[in-house]
Design a protein around this ligand. Structure first.
Ligand SMILES: Cc1ncc(COP(=O)(O)O)c(C=O)c1O
Length: 332
């Protein structure tokens, strides 16, 4: 759907703001998010995209060892290494569809001072139930480990209340929930993310960030996007419908093992085609379609791709081109 139409209007109407520095405290946006998630403004920091906050958190806490499931979003590892920390891999089991095993996380807690959980996970779309997250956060509190839960894609999830750790922020001081507004609200070029944690961590992050890290248009876009309930509902229902349809259609293509999607992307095991993910990406690119070759993710090798759920016509085109490309280049 692109961004909410209110974003364009707000940026046009607010163009005069460009001559001033942006509000370093993102006051209005923090208020809007505090209402949405029922948190205090002192529990919220805004970032120039969620990624900025990953780096800031690592610089603030300088963890020596960080437990990171693999595969997952690559920026966590870069953030840890940049802050001179070391990553402890938690290799997710392909035979268990890369689900996160709570007991395995807990058994490693005493060895690390931070754990990162991407929920839903990028690129698999796998979700961790809120009760399991709470068990991990509670146990981590006892061993002195901090937990970052990345909910960048949670807005797309059906029944987010079963999975989101947002309200646990009130209960556990060793938790930061990361949130992104670039995906669901369609503004990756503007950059906008948020972190939710206890006021002491938020104060620390605020103290080390660039004071004017979030530009005036991103702040405006964030406020008006959150007000646009109609757009939110439309996006959710459109993505949920399109996702189910695309999932069914991809399952009909021989050689593909399609993971059940939870969000606006679909994770696919292509090992049954006899082609590598890199080869499929190249073949699709020559037809003008860019898919994600997942071989750069840790623990995935060359067997996986990820595709985006888009509008109806684009999804149809994806299915047709992928099916043709595999037909022509495999012996299945
Ligand atoms: C899991 C995850 N978290 C965070 C981000 C970064 O989001 P932002 O655009 O808000 O920096 C991404 C971007 O792809 C992501 O996949």
């Amino acid at each position: 759907l692109g961004p909410s139409p209110r974003v364009r209007q707000a940026i046009q109407d607010g163009f005069h703001k460009v001559v001033n520095y942006p509000d370093p405290n993102c006051t209005e946006l923090r208020l809007a998010l505090s209402r949405k998630f029922d948190l205090d403004v002192e529990q919220i920091v805004i970032g120039n995209g969620a990624v900025e906050l990953i780096y800031l958190l690592m610089n603030l806490l300088t963890p020596r060892k960080v437990l990171i499931p693999a595969p997952t979003f690559g920026e966590y590892e870069i953030g840890v290494v940049c802050a001179h920390g070391q990553v402890v891999d938690l290799t997710l089991d392909r035979n268990k569809q890369f689900s996160l095993c709570t007991e395995r996380v807990i058994s490693q807690l005493s060895q690390v001072d931070m754990v990162i959980i991407c929920n839903p996970n990028n690129p698999t779309g796998k979700l961790v139930a809120k009760e399991d997250l709470e068990t991990i956060i509670k146990e981590a509190g006892e061993t002195g480990a901090f937990v970052m839960v990345d909910e960048a894609f949670m807005d797309f999830v059906e029944q987010p209340e079963k999975y989101s750790a947002m309200d646990l922020v009130h209960k556990y001081p060793n938790l930061l929930v990361l949130y992104s507004m670039t995906k669901f609200y369609g503004i990756p070029g503007l950059r906008l993310g948020a972190g939710f944690s206890n006021p002491r961590i938020i104060k620390g992050l605020t103290a080390i960030k660039d004071p004017w890290n979030v530009n005036c248009f991103a702040q405006l876009a964030g406020v008006v996007s959150l007000e646009d309930e109609e757009y939110r509902l439309k996006t959710r229902s459109m993505v949920q419908g399109a996702k189910r349809k695309l999932y069914r259609e991809l399952q009909n293509i021989a050689g593909l093992k399609v993971y059940e999607p939870s969000v606006n992307y679909i994770f696919i095991d292509v090992s049954g085609t006899g082609l590598t993910s890199t080869r499929i990406k190249g073949l699709m690119a020559s037809q003008g379609i860019l898919i994600r070759d997942c071989s750069s993710y840790k623990n995935l090798g060359s067997d996986f791709i990820r595709v985006a759920v888009k509008d109806h016509d684009s999804n149809q085109r994806l299915v047709k081109v992928l099916s043709d490309v595999l037909d022509k280049n495999t012996s299945i």
